[in-house]
Design a protein around this ligand. Structure first.
Ligand SMILES: Cc1cc2nc3c(=O)[nH]c(=O)nc-3n(C[C@H](O)[C@H](O)[C@H](O)COP(=O)(O)O)c2cc1C
Length: 191
């Protein structure tokens, strides 16, 4: 082997390894914590009284994900979410199959493979603003991991609703408002 070739072959190998390592590291951004897959994750949530927001932030932190909040174009006042008043906005919406509260800004989640989707339970299921979001088609073809907070109700009814839209729900979990980082962490490890 001539001298020039003897030097340039190892240099070429070193450069190729560096390029490979860099590209693996860049692809890993937004991975789930296990780092076993190359999937990009994000968190999309709606929260009116901060309980779901708290869990959403923990998930985003632990999975190194971007996070997007869905907010209503007409914000929900305290009166609007008074479930003791059968005429409150939230109660009327939850009882109205056609209610689709407008969202301020629909997040573009096209670059993500897995979406952690969070919401409070309102009258046993997800708030109608989630239907508005889902019907944009933003979650079509994604893996969806649903999470919620509630007083006591489970997440099952809302998961059936998500599946009714044909969404691929690969996991779901209800959390107490007081859920801890470690509870969230041990659940996240499943994905
Ligand atoms: C209109 C309305 C209806 C609710 N319905 C239920 C319910 O059916 N079951 C339940 O366990 N909690 C119910 N809750 C309680 C919320 O699910 C709970 O407080 C949740 O943690 C609020 O989440 P957020 O702070 O992210 O908005 C309801 C709350 C509201 C405002």
């Amino acid at each position: 082997m001539n001298k020039k070739l003897a030097i340039s072959v190892p240099v070429f190998i070193v450069v190729m390894v560096a390029v490979l390592v860099t590209s693996i590291m860049m692809n890993n951004k937004g991975n789930n914590q296990g780092g076993e897959t190359m999937e990009k994750t994000t968190v999309v949530f709606f929260s009116r009284t901060n309980n779901t927001r708290k869990i959403a932030r923990m998930i985003a932190k632990q999975t190194n994900s971007d996070i997007y909040e869905l907010t209503a174009k007409i914000p929900y006042t305290d009166d609007d979410i008074n479930w003791h008043d059968e005429n409150s906005r939230a109660n009327r919406e939850q009882n109205d199959d056609s209610a689709r509260p407008e969202i301020n800004s629909i997040p573009d989640v096209s670059e993500y493979d897995v979406v952690y989707l969070g919401y409070p339970i309102w009258w046993g299921t997800m708030p109608k603003i989630m239907n508005t979001f889902i019907e944009t088609g933003a979650l079509d073809g994604k893996k969806v991991v649903a999470f919620c907070t509630s007083g006591s109700s489970g997440i099952e009814t809302s998961v059936s609703a998500l599946e009714g839209y044909g969404l691929d729900v690969i996991g779901s979990r209800r959390f107490d408002a007081s859920a801890t980082e470690s509870e969230v962490e041990s659940w996240i490890k499943e994905f």
